[in-house]
Design a protein around this ligand. Structure first.
Ligand SMILES: NC(=O)c1ccc[n+]([C@@H]2O[C@H](COP(=O)([O-])OP(=O)(O)OC[C@H]3O[C@@H](n4cnc5c(N)ncnc54)[C@H](O)[C@@H]3O)[C@@H](O)[C@H]2O)c1
Length: 374
């Protein structure tokens, strides 16, 4: 019998979005139990949330630093911490837990500037601790199928990538109407950047994960369509990759009619792939001169990667929680067996690269769409 691991959470208090998703995804995966938390900057909220989740009062902490110190001093210390607070707080919180010798799962974007990213990279290397950045979309089985198909070489080299992430939820200035998630996401001091950091970084990771392409240069134009907003809410990025492939990314949070429209299309010499997050159990594959195929999740002929991360037979739709749980499947397996050389979850290097992507987009756009080396 495998030992049940234990974890703590920073963030994810009353009314928070993603902390609850992490808790449910970990419960869905199984094998780890929440035992400690600092769910809010307000100790009363941490207490009520912690008690409602069945935690011992002595493991509810007033600050992340107190939690890192308190847990490090315990014999039954947590096996990892999950950081699900607004972006600008990630660095100090993750650093405190790494210093305490505790592995970290941090939501994206890793941090808000390259200096902090490099600092975390150094700390992770010095402590030799597992570190996961939850780029959720690489957890979908049909994304893994797309990756396996491109790796097989059957479709030839990639020529062009077209990726978009369209949301409508910031079409109105919700940040001026007291919407908590909108308020910090449109405050540069808390978010770092707008749509580029919030959803563009998912695109950058998804493309890299599926295609394996290395970005060589980019040219970005960031727009702010909502008057008075302090960050970008729409962006277009032209990309060049090593080997000559090209890409076009578009992210928008003012795209009326789109809820969570993350879409990827990869054109290759002999075929193409297309995947959409809102219909995630299907991968479209085209081979030149043949009928277009829709591959569905859970079929025996799929790759070992896609089958290994499928939880229920095909025809029973899997979605966001399962994808999140798949990131945890790979991370928990790595915690149990750190000798695994290529664990299939996004790590500190991917997190730091995402931060560089956001910074380069801001820089390029400020220079009028300058083409910059990546
Ligand atoms: N992987 C994904 O798909 C995904 C989706 C949504 C959000 N996120 C990321 O998750 C993070 C949180 O986003 P959210 O939408 O849940 O935000 P949120 O505003 O809904 O929740 C943030 C929580 O952190 C708490 N908090 C803030 N500062 C804290 C501190 N210093 N100590 C303890 N708790 C603190 C708040 O009280 C709140 O409970 C962000 O980095 C965001 O980019 C990732």
């Amino acid at each position: 019998m495998e030992k049940t691991l234990t974890y703590g959470m920073v963030g994810g208090g009353e009314g928070a979005f993603i902390g609850d998703v992490h808790r449910r995804a970990i419960a869905l995966e199984g094998g780890a139990r929440l035992v400690a938390g600092c769910f809010s900057r307000n100790p009363a909220i941490t207490r009520s949330r912690g008690l409602s989740l069945g935690l011992d009062e002595e493991r509810l902490y007033e600050t992340p630093a107190a939690m890192a110190g308190g847990e490090a001093a315990r014999k039954d210390r947590i096996d990892f911490v999950v950081v699900v607070t607004p972006n600008a707080s990630h660095h100090a919180i993750a650093a405190a837990f790494l210093d305490a010798g505790i592995p970290v799962v941090c939501d994206k974007p890793l941090v808000t500037n390259s200096r902090d990213a490099a600092d975390l990279v150094r700390r992770v290397a010095a402590k030799k601790l597992p570190f996961c950045v939850t780029y959720t979309y690489s957890g979908y089985p049909m994304v893994k199928e797309a990756r396996a198909l491109l790796r097989s070489g059957e479709l030839g080299s990639v020529r062009f990538v077209n990726a978009e992430y369209a949301q409508e939820w910031l079409t109105l200035p919700l940040e001026r109407e007291g919407n908590r998630q909108a308020s910090w996401r449109t405050d540069p001091s808390q978010a770092g950047a707008g749509s580029t950091g919030d959803i563009g970084t998912h695109v950058e990771h998804l493309v890299s994960y599926v295609t394996g392409l290395e970005m060589r240069s980019l040219s970005a134009r960031l727009d702010t369509f909502v008057e008075g907003r302090a960050v970008d809410d729409n962006a277009t990025v032209l990309v060049e990759y090593a080997g000559g492939a090209k890409g076009l990314y578009w992210f928008s949070q003012v795209a009326v009619g789109s809820a969570n429209g993350l879409k990827l299309r990869v054109l290759c010499e002999k075929g193409s792939l297309a995947w959409e997050q809102e219909n995630p159990n299907v991968l479209q594959v085209a081979r030149l001169g043949q009928p277009v195929q829709l591959l569905s999740r859970g079929r025996d002929s799929l790759s070992a990667e896609a089958l290994g991360f499928s939880r229920i037979p095909g025809g029973h739709p899997e979605g966001y929680y399962e994808a999140f749980a798949n990131i945890y499947r790979a991370f928990l397996a790595h915690l149990r067996d750190p000798s695994e050389p290529t664990p299939d979850y996004p790590g500190i290097a991917e997190g730091a690269r995402g931060v560089r992507f956001v910074e380069r987009c801001l820089e390029s756009s400020a220079g009028g769409g300058l083409r910059l080396d990546f």
